[in-house]
Write a protein that binds this ligand. Structure first.
Ligand code: B12
Length: 340
C-alpha cells in the first residue's frame, strides 16, 4: 500500500523534484518508467512524493551521467549505491555504461537497451533545460548540464578532475570558456541563467584555488600581480592565470576585482611584482584611472612586463610599453617568457 504522505512538507511533488534537478517533470516520470528511479511513496491522491533520499538518487544519476556513463548505467549505479552494494558487483554495469557508441548496450535486466545513447545525443540528455553548446565535447556538455541544474558538487568534481588530469589550459580554453560563452549568450538573449552564471563562477574560482593549493608551492620569487579594472567584478581570467603560473612554479599575487587604479601602482611597488596583468571585461567610465596608473609603472626596470587583457581595453590607446594579450597562452608568454 502506498504511504499517506500528503501532510509531510518535506516531501516533494514531481514538479518540485524536477525543478530541483533542472529538468521537466515528464523527464522525471520517464526515469521512473525506464530505470525504476521512482519515489518511495505517493500521496493519498496517488501523486508521486519524493523524499530527500529519492532526490539524492536522482541527483547521483545525473552526476554519473555527466561523468560519462549512459543514462541506464548511471541509474543502476545510483540505485546500487543507495542499496550499498559493493562496487565489484557493479562491474558489468560500469562496462556497459562506458559504451557510448550505441552498440553492445544490451543490459542484463532488460532496461531499455538503446535509451542510453539516444538520450545522450538529444540536446541536454537527462538535463532538460540545459545550456545550448552545439557540437561540444562530452566534457563541455557534462559541465553545462551540471551548471544548468545548479549542481555545485558535480561542477566541482568535474573541474577538479579536468584540472588534475588535463591542466589549466585545456580546462579553461577547452571546457569552461564554451560553457561561459553559452551562459553569456543565454543571458543576452533572454535575460535568464543569471543564477547559473553566478554559481558556475563561484565554483570555478573555488576549483582553481583548490588546484593551486594542490600543486607544489611556487619558488620564492617576485610575483606576477593580477588584478581586474576598478569597475569590474569579472575576475575569472585572473584565477586562470594564477593557476597557470602556479603550474609553472611561478608565484602570483591575486588582487581580485575592482582594484582602484592607484592601488595597482601601490601593490606593484609593495609586492615587488616582476610583472603586472590587468583584466578588463567592461569598458570603464570615461576617466581611465588604471590606464594612467599603468603608464606610471617602472616598466623595463623593476617591472619586466605590463600586460592587459579582455574586451574592455581599447588597443588604440594603450599606454606606451603596455602589451595586450588576447588569450591565456599569449598572456603567459608575455608574463612568464621562457617558461615551458
Ligand atoms: C562570468 C560572468 C560574470 C560573473 C563574473 C564572475 C567572476 N568572478 O569573474 C558575474 C556574475 C559576477 C558577472 C557580472 C556581470 N556581468 Co558578466 N559575464 C560573465 C561571462 C559569462 C563570462 C566572463 C568571462 O570570464 N569571460 C572570459 C571568457 C569566458 O570569454 P570568451 O569570450 O571565451 O573569451 C574572450 C576573451 O576574453 C579572450 N580570453 C579568454 N580567456 C582569456 C584569458 C586571458 C588570460 C586573456 C588575456 C584573454 C582571454 O579571448 C576571447 C576573445 O575575446 C560573460 C560572457 C562572456 N562570454 O564573456 C558575461 C558578460 C561579460 N557580463 C556582462 C554583464 C552585462 C554583466 C553585469 C553588468 C550583469 C548585471 N546586470 O549585473 C555584471 C557586471 C558586474 C561588474 N561591474 O563587473 C556582459 C557584458 C556586456 C558588455 N559588453 O557590456 C557579458 C558579455 C554577458 C552578455 N552576453 O551580455 N558576469
Amino acid at each position: 500500500m502506498p504511504k499517506e504522505m500528503e501532510t509531510d512538507s518535506d516531501l516533494l511533488s514531481v514538479g518540485s523534484a524536477a525543478a530541483r534537478l533542472g529538468v521537466a517533470p515528464a523527464t522525471v516520470r520517464s526515469w521512473e518508467r525506464r530505470y525504476g528511479l521512482g519515489p518511495a511513496g505517493r500521496s493519498s491522491g496517488g501523486h508521486r512524493r519524493y523524499t530527500a533520499a529519492d532526490l539524492a538518487v536522482l541527483l547521483r544519476m545525473q552526476q554519473l551521467f555527466d561523468a560519462g556513463l549512459s543514462p541506464a548505467a548511471a541509474a543502476r549505479e545510483a540505485l546500487a549505491e543507495r542499496a550499498g552494494r559493493p562496487a565489484g558487483e557493479r562491474g558489468a554495469e560500469e562496462a556497459e555504461g562506458s559504451d557510448l557508441t550505441g552498440t553492445g548496450n544490451q543490459s542484463a535486466d532488460g532496461i531499455e537497451p538503446a535509451v542510453g545513447p539516444r538520450l545522450r545525443r538529444r540536446s541536454g540528455g537527462p538535463g532538460g533545460r540545459v545550456l545550448a553548446v552545439p557540437g561540444a565535447s562530452d566534457q563541455v556538455r557534462g559541465l553545462a548540464r551540471a551548471a544548468s541544474r545548479l549542481d555545485d558538487d558535480s561542477i566541482a568534481g568535474q573541474l577538479g578532475d579536468l584540472l588534475v588530469h588535463h591542466g589549466v589550459a585545456h580546462t579553461w580554453d577547452g571546457v569552461l570558456r564554451p560553457v561561459f560563452r553559452a551562459v553569456g549568450h543565454r543571458w543576452a538573449r533572454s535575460g535568464d541563467a543569471i543564477e547559473v552564471e553566478h554559481l558556475l563562477s563561484e565554483v570555478t574560482v573555488e576549483a582553481l584555488r583548490a588546484y593551486r593549493a594542490f600543486l607544489p608551492k611556487p619558488a620564492a620569487a617576485r610575483p606576477v600581480l593580477l588584478a581586474s579594472g576598478s569597475a569590474d567584478q569579472h575576475t575569472l581570467p585572473l584565477h586562470v592565470l594564477a593557476a597557470a603560473l602556479t603550474e609553472r612554479h611561478l608565484p602570483a599575487r591575486l588582487m581580485g576585482g575592482r582594484l582602484p587604479g592607484a592601488a595597482v601602482g601601490l601593490a606593484t611597488r609593495r609586492t615587488g611584482a616582476v610583472a603586472v596583468f590587468v583584466w578588463r571585461q567592461l569598458r570603464p567610465p570615461a576617466d581611465d584611472e588604471e590606464g594612467s596608473e599603468l603608464a606610471r609603472l617602472p616598466m623595463g626596470r623593476t617591472v619586466r612586463a605590463v600586460v592587459v587583457g579582455g574586451p574592455g581595453w581599447d588597443s588604440e590607446v594603450l599606454p606606451a610599453g603596455v602589451r595586450q594579450a588576447h588569450d591565456l597562452s599569449s598572456a603567459m608568454q608575455l608574463l612568464a617568457p621562457g617558461t615551458p
